[in-house]
Each structure stands twice: as structure tokens, then as C-alpha cells.
Design a protein around this ligand. Structure first.
Ligand code: ADP
Length: 218
């Protein structure tokens, strides 16, 4: 059975979540109180509905409890976002992901059982800063407070050497998961694989080890 998604609030954040899920081939129900917003999404969602997501009856009649994932992307109205999240958890939705406005909002959402709380602006800010801070970093995914995956450009310091020559795991404690060479993606690199100039290394590790590798190894 296909995973059922619902997105509540079709602003910039909710709207892009909805469009992307739909484009990826998922079933998505798009919900907003604003009629013109809902009309905008008729071609970017499986179903669209004008509804107030803080109204328990409206949520029940939409059968929201049958959805696997619900994303609450109600913007500035913290009270509505909290009430909606509470109702979704009470109705038994297993995965409720919520966009938080600030720290207090985050703490309340945590208490009422939101399964994942996102801060898109802050997260994007961190990624942009990481990217800006070094021309070697292409992208960055935070796995936890301490561990990340980074995409790094292979400089002349590592070019034309094998993974065995470089011995990155022993030297830096970081692991090369994949090597992207132009359009070709090598997802199970062997010790004998040679890194070329400007290849992209996808590396997992502790942030300190990744920083050291980026500064000293490349
Ligand atoms: P963003 O910062 O991501 O652009 P916005 O604040 O612009 O977010 O958008 C939030 C959306 O949530 C708006 O389209 C608004 O109509 C919708 N919204 C607000 N309250 C509710 C609610 N109770 N039920 C459903 N949708 C809501």
C-alpha cells in the first residue's frame, strides 16, 4: 500500500513539501483554510481541500487518522499549529512533522508528542554557512548533533590516488560512502578506486573528524 501524506498549510514551506512529495509519486492531501491557496495546488497534490485544521470534526471527516504522515506547516499562528498537532496526535496519526517558529514553539510541540520538529530557516542557514565557509563543501546533512554527511570536492591534494593510498578512515576517522565523478556515482567504493580531481566525495563521520579532513586532508 502507498504511503499516505497530508500537508496542512500551503505557504512557502508546506507548499514545497507538498509539490515535491507529489512529484516524487506519492499520494498527497493538501489542506489550507485559504481557498485561493487550495486552488493553486489542484495540479500539485492528489486531493485538495479547504478546511480549518484546528477543527477536530473537520479533521475526523477527512479521515486524517488513516494518513501515515502529516506535515503541519501552519506559519505564524503558533496557537493553531499547536492545537492542530495535538489533535493529530490524539487522533492517532503515527508521524506528525511540524514546522516550528521559535524555541518556545519547539518545546511545546515536543511536549505534545510531535514526532519531528523542523526549523527550515535555521537549518537552511546552517547549510548555507557551511557551504560558504569552505569552497570544498558542496552540501551537508546533519545526522545528529555530532555526526554529519558532507559532500566535498576532491582537490589536487587527493587527486589520482586510491582510497587505500589516502587511508582516510585510519587518518581522520571519517568514511567515504560514495564518489561522484561527473554523472557517474560510485556508491560502493573499493580501496583500489582512484579519486580524480573535482570528484565529489560523500563522507560520513563525527563533525570534528570531518572538519579535520576538510582542512588538512583536502
Ligand atoms: P510560510 O512561512 O511557510 O510561507 P505561511 O504563514 O505563509 O507559511 O503559510 C501558512 C499557511 O497555513 C497559509 O496558507 C495559511 O492559510 C495556512 N493556515 C493557517 N492556519 C490554518 C489552519 N488552521 N488550517 C489550515 N491551514 C491553515
Amino acid at each position: 500500500m502507498k504511503t499516505q501524506f497530508a500537508v496542512i498549510g500551503l505557504g512557502r514551506f508546506g507548499g514545497s513539501v507538498c509539490r515535491e512529495l507529489y512529484q516524487l509519486g506519492h499520494e498527497v492531501l493538501a489542506i489550507d483554510t485559504n481557498e485561493s491557496k487550495v486552488n493553486e495546488f489542484t495540479t500539485h497534490a492528489t486531493h485538495t481541500v479547504i478546511a480549518n485544521a484546528t477543527d477536530e470534526k473537520a479533521l475526523t471527516s477527512l479521515g486524517i487518522r488513516n494518513f501515515d504522515h502529516v506535515v503541519v506547516a501552519i506559519g505564524d499562528n503558533i496557537q493553531s499549529s499547536v492545537l492542530c498537532t495535538l489533535l493529530l496526535k490524539e487522533l492517532g496519526v503515527p508521524n506528525v512533522w511540524v514546522k516550528a517558529q521559535n524555541d518556545y514553539h519547539h518545546r511545546v510541540l515536543e511536549k505534545i508528542g510531535a514526532d519531528r520538529i523542523v526549523h527550515p530557516e535555521q537549518d537552511m542557514g546552517v547549510r548555507i554557512a557551511q557551504h560558504l565557509s569552505s569552497e570544498k563543501i558542496i552540501d551537508y546533512i546533519e545526522l545528529s548533533d555530532e555526526y554529519s554527511i558532507v559532500e566535498l570536492v576532491a582537490t589536487s591534494k587527493v587527486a589520482d590516488q586510491t582510497l587505500a593510498d589516502l587511508d582516510i578512515r585510519a587518518t581522520y576517522g571519517a568514511t567515504v560512502l560514495a564518489i561522484k565523478s561527473g554523472e557517474h556515482m560510485n556508491v560502493s567504493p573499493l580501496p583500489t578506486d582512484i579519486i580524480r580531481l573535482n570528484d565529489i566525495l560523500i563522507v560520513i563521520g563525527h563533525n570534528n573528524d570531518l572538519n579535520r579532513f576538510e582542512r588538512e586532508g583536502l
